[in-house]
Design a protein around this ligand. Structure first.
Ligand SMILES: C[S@@+](CC[C@H](N)C(=O)[O-])C[C@H]1O[C@@H](n2cnc3c(N)ncnc32)[C@H](O)[C@@H]1O
Length: 441
């Protein structure tokens, strides 16, 4: 926590010029076109421009400070239209400068005048962030939005200070250590996407774990019955085998879970994300969450895992399990893309080997690639030791012919688009490959 606090101060201090200008703008005596436009910029993208300009990239990356862009905010806001219409309350546990809350407040009802709206909104909106200047920015931007929606009346210093005080459901600190937000009707979240070591008491993970998963777990454990959660999360939580137990836990404790694939988070953040929407602690639990959009099997289609053994290559070069005999060795570097190989390099290896013919694909691939499954047909008469950057697909029946049919089927653009639905993170899993529905194999 001491580290978090010292970093907090740094990131927060960097953001001070933005807060000062926002304060000064709100205290404008008489609104002219320039100052009104500036106020509008503050509730639009200016908070993001400022964070990128003022807070160094290393600090932002270390602490997951990447504010939500309009496209994702709009998707989240649209999915909450019914809750906005009945004036539910909204909490963001990692609120940053409040982009998600602002998105909601843009269509949230207002009252007769600015004072009444602030009084009302301060009971409906809340948030938490490690950084005090982000929390202040979120409150000031909500005030600016309310002022804009009331035609920009002039605001005195005393009035502004009292407006800020009114928003007393905002907290500065570590959400994971605090007990806040549980009594709100809805939680909206774009949590940090960094990693931490899971605590010993964590039942679904150990070792290096996504903070976003820990955030969701905390939201679920501390939220009231029936609380709605809409969160933007890294794709690995949806598709990574490491998070299978996290997904099972969510399915057990929530209902109406729905997943919307989105794609890359933003131009500067190369992480694929999805939007999770669910109800917490419902009266009927245990409903299935469709983490992967269903594929309708057409006639003659078959799942890859039914015809091929799918395994990650077991050779980790820097942790080589040496044996007495040497064998042909295949690694990503000497596997020609869309070609055929008879591996010539040899290593001593005591672990599992694979007898050709079989097909390998590279484990790392990008959803933006036209073809994510770059294949190599492996031939030879001796068992081959395969590096762990490759995934082996060995036919249960048939030899080279089955391999050639598989290579052809994997080139189908539909396969890449289905694979992108199943997994958008960079590391392919054996499960994602086995689940591919193919035609003509
Ligand atoms: C990805 S940003 C999202 C900000 C905002 N929700 C939005 O949508 O623009 C994540 C935010 O979480 C904050 N944060 C990181 N760790 C946190 C923690 N343990 N508790 C509360 N906030 C945290 C960061 O300061 C950052 O502002």
């Amino acid at each position: 926590m001491a580290i978090a606090q010292s970093l907090t101060t740094t990131a927060s201090l960097h953001y001070t010029p933005f807060i000062r200008e926002l304060f000064d703008t709100l205290l404008t005596d008489s609104w002219c076109e320039v100052s009104s436009n500036r106020a509008i910029e503050f509730v639009e993208g200016e908070a993001d421009v400022a964070v990128e300009k003022l807070v160094p990239y290393e600090t932002r990356s270390e602490q997951g400070i990447f504010f939500t862009a309009d496209d994702i905010t709009m998707k989240i806001v649209n999915s909450l239209a019914a809750e906005v219409a009945v004036e539910k309350s909204f909490f963001d546990p990692s609120c940053g400068a409040g982009n998600l809350l602002l998105g909601i407040a843009k269509s949230y009802p207002i009252k007769k005048n600015l004072n009444r709206t602030i009084e009302y909104w301060s009971k409906k909106f809340g948030g938490c962030d490690l950084h005090d200047n982000f929390v202040i920015a979120a409150k000031l931007r909500l005030i600016a939005l309310a002022a804009i929606r009331h035609g920009l009346p002039s605001i005195s210093e005393g009035q502004l200070a009292s407006f800020v005080r009114k928003f007393d459901k905002f907290y500065t600190g570590d959400y994971l250590e605090a007990d806040v937000g549980g009594d709100f009707d809805c939680v909206v979240a774009n949590p940090p996407f960094g990693h931490v070591v899971a605590s010993r008491s964590n039942e679904w993970s150990s070792g290096r774990t996504q903070l976003a998963a820990i955030f969701v777990d905390k939201i679920i454990s501390s939220g009231k019955k029936g609380q709605k959660l809409v969160a933007v999360l890294p794709d690995v939580l949806r598709s990574g085998s490491r998070y299978e137990r996290w997904r099972e836990k969510l399915a057990k404790e929530t209902s109406c879970g729905a997943v919307e694939l989105h794609g890359r988070f933003s131009k500067s953040v190369d992480v694929d994300v999805f939007i999770l929407n669910l109800n917490n602690k419902p009266s009927v639990v245990g409903q299935i969450i469709e983490w992967v959009p269903p594929v309708t099997d057409t006639e003659g289609s078959v799942r890859l895992g039914d015809l091929f053994l799918v395994r990650v290559g077991p050779v980790v070069p820097h942790r080589l399990e040496e044996g007495d005999e040497d064998f042909p060795f295949l690694c990503a570097k000497n596997a020609p893309a869309f070609g055929v190989t008879f591996p010539e390099e040899r290593i001593k290896f005591g672990g599992t080997k694979f007898l050709p013919p079989f097909v390998v694909v590279r484990r790392t691939s990008n959803p933006c690639d036209k073809n994510r499954l770059i294949t190599t047909l492996v031939k030879g008469i001796e068992p081959v030791a395969v590096e762990n950057h490759l995934v082996v697909m060995k036919p249960f029946k048939g030899g080279v012919n089955s391999c050639l049919k598989l290579i052809k089927a994997l080139k189908d653009p539909k396969v890449t688009s289905r694979l992108n639905n199943v997994i958008r993170c960079r590391h392919l899993t054996t499960k994602s490959i086995s689940s591919m529905v193919l035609q003509g194999v």
